[in-house]
Design a protein. Structure first.
Length: 479
């Protein structure tokens, strides 16, 4: 605040805008929701994001309760040329939810949800977390494609493309998106679908928060579970060569109802891990099989060749539990530094490189992971939605994690970068926009979209020519 009557807020293009208090009061008078300033009740929670490494903070937060509120804020931000951020579940690793010293729309109060069982649709507010949607839809034995850590926001995940254990059956999350309600940069509330504002809808299917503020998502639902076969199973790291090869065999022959994530990590000191194994290196698989349960033994047969596991939690259980059992592995507030690539195949060289890299990590919490994708993804054309990347079979990544104040943080970071440099040579050239770090350059965003990037730029020019929505992995408007 420069004086008692003005409030300084970051503007577009690096400017600082001194807002007169009456202007803010005028905005508040138009809102059913709340405007927060530092120190207000609810401020600390509103600025909290999952990655503790993110230290940017906004100057103002608005928590809207309707599309009309969102439209009022967008109009205000556009008029005064304010830097505007959008917070869904706050899980973006680069902290893109928060506009540094700007204005942030925190969508957490728009968390309503309706399941239309007959039409097989769920209508979800942009403040919903994955578990809100999974829990509500599973009551009807239905689900859409969402990720596997339950506190992640549906908004950010969906707009970047979205994947999870059901991707192999039903594609990217955005392949299951039917319609959105969105407020665009001109403060108009619009509906976008394959038949209405179709180009905007195309862009939203992967193009992130570049095109406006989504105020409602409608997803298609499928019959899933509610009981599935899943859980964790792990072997000693000394068996890594066999485990990795078997993982490749299992995933190459897998039906679409099976998705298996592989993780090289140190065993947590959890009650389900025998004590002698706490802190020791293991190879773990996280399994989700949503097909005919009578066939599961046959489907998982390749795992039998691996002998006695050190942990075996594979069993029949509710799908919602499978969707949340990895929650504890990514606690909020730790420092996270990830590097990931999409890969088309698991070559011998990639597997042995992964094993060697993991053996050398000094960061005790570091993991090397491989996510199993493919299946239904590749059935659509590469330009069916901005998300692209329909040639991927796996996502591969190095995940660094440490406590705030960790003295070795610099070295841990460097080792993630070094490992990533080695893994990149196995990549498809694409990458997942939702896993990009704040440090990643613009070229990485262009690579994430490949041939779809130029079309995204044209959509950006049509719907946000002034680039109001730039606190994100930014698509530059075509000129
Ligand atoms: C622990 C963990 C597990 C993950 N697992 C998966 C997974 O299984 N599958 C997967 O696909 N991804 C996964 N991700 C990545 C995840 O998709 C991204 O982090 C995503 O950005 C999170 O969305 P959010 O709403 O929580 O994020 P936020 O940080 O709140 O938002 C991210 C960005 O989304 C945009 N945005 C948010 N809300 C809106 C809105 N209403 N309208 C327009 N734009 C908006 C904004 O640009 C914002 O900067 C995971 C991330 C973490 C941290």
């Amino acid at each position: 605040m420069t004086t008692r009557t003005t409030i300084e807020v970051a503007g577009l293009d690096g400017t600082v805008v001194a807002l007169r208090r009456e202007l803010l009061e005028g905005l508040v008078s138009r809102l059913a929701g709340t405007l927060l300033r530092p120190g207000d009740d609810g401020w600390a929670e509103a600025v909290l994001v999952w990655n503790g490494m993110v230290n940017r903070r906004p100057a103002l937060i608005v928590q809207p309760t309707s599309a009309a509120d969102v439209a009022a804020v967008i109009e205000f931000a556009a008029t005064h040329r304010l830097l505007l951020g959008i917070k869904g579940g706050g899980h973006n690793i680069g902290g893109t939810a928060l506009a540094p010293r700007g204005l942030t729309l925190d969508m957490s109060r728009m968390r309503e949800l309706t399941v239309d069982r007959d039409a097989r649709r769920v209508h979800a507010g942009p403040g919903c977390r994955l578990s809100d949607v999974d829990r509500a839809t599973q009551q009807h034995g239905l689900a859409t494609v969402l990720g596997f850590v339950s506190e992640v926001g549906i908004a950010g995940l969906t707009l970047g493309g979205g994947f999870g254990y059901l991707t192999r059956r039903f594609g990217w999350t955005v392949d299951n998106l039917e319609e959105v309600e969105i407020v665009t940069a001109d403060a108009r509330v619009r509906v976008a679908s394959r038949t209405e504002n179709a180009e905007l809808f195309w862009a939203l299917r992967g193009g992130g928060g570049n095109f406006g503020v989504v105020t409602r998502f409608t997803f298609r639902l499928h019959e899933v579970g509610p009981t599935v076969h899943g859980g964790l199973i792990a072997w000693p790291f000394e068996r890594a060569a066999d485990v990795l090869r078997t993982y490749r065999t299992l995933t190459l022959g897998a039906p679409r109802e099976l998705a298996v994530w592989l993780m090289l990590l140190r065993a947590p000191a959890a009650p389900f891990v025998p004590e002698p194994w706490h802190g020791r290196r293991i190879c773990a698989m996280s399994v989700c099989y949503t097909g005919d349960l009578a066939r599961v033994e046959r489907v998982l047969e390749p795992l039998r060749t691996l002998g006695e596991p050190v942990v075996d939690l594979l069993r029949r259980q509710p799908y919602v539990e499978v969707q949340s059992y990895l929650d504890a592995t990514e606690p909020k507030g730790h420092h996270y530094y990830w590097r990931t690539e999409y890969v088309a195949e698991l070559s011998d060289e990639l597997l042995s490189t992964s094993r060697d890299l993991f053996a050398r990590f000094t960061n005790p919490a570091a993991q090397l992971g491989i996510l199993h994708l493919g299946g239904a993804l590749s059935e659509r054309d590469p330009d069916d939605g901005a998300v692209g990347n329909r040639d991927v079979r796996y996502a591969c990544g190095v995940l660094g994690m440490w406590e705030p104040q960790e003295p070795e943080a610099g070295a841990y970071r460097a080792s993630v970068d070094e490992a990533w440099r080695r893994l990149r040579s196995f990549g498809t050239g694409g990458n997942y926009v939702n896993f990009q770090l704040a440090e990643d350059d613009h070229a990485r965003t262009v690579d994430a979209y490949g041939k779809n990037y130029e079309r995204l730029r044209r959509a950006k020019a049509a719907y946000d020519p002034g680039n109001l929505f730039r606190v994100n992995r930014n698509v530059l408007p075509a000129t």
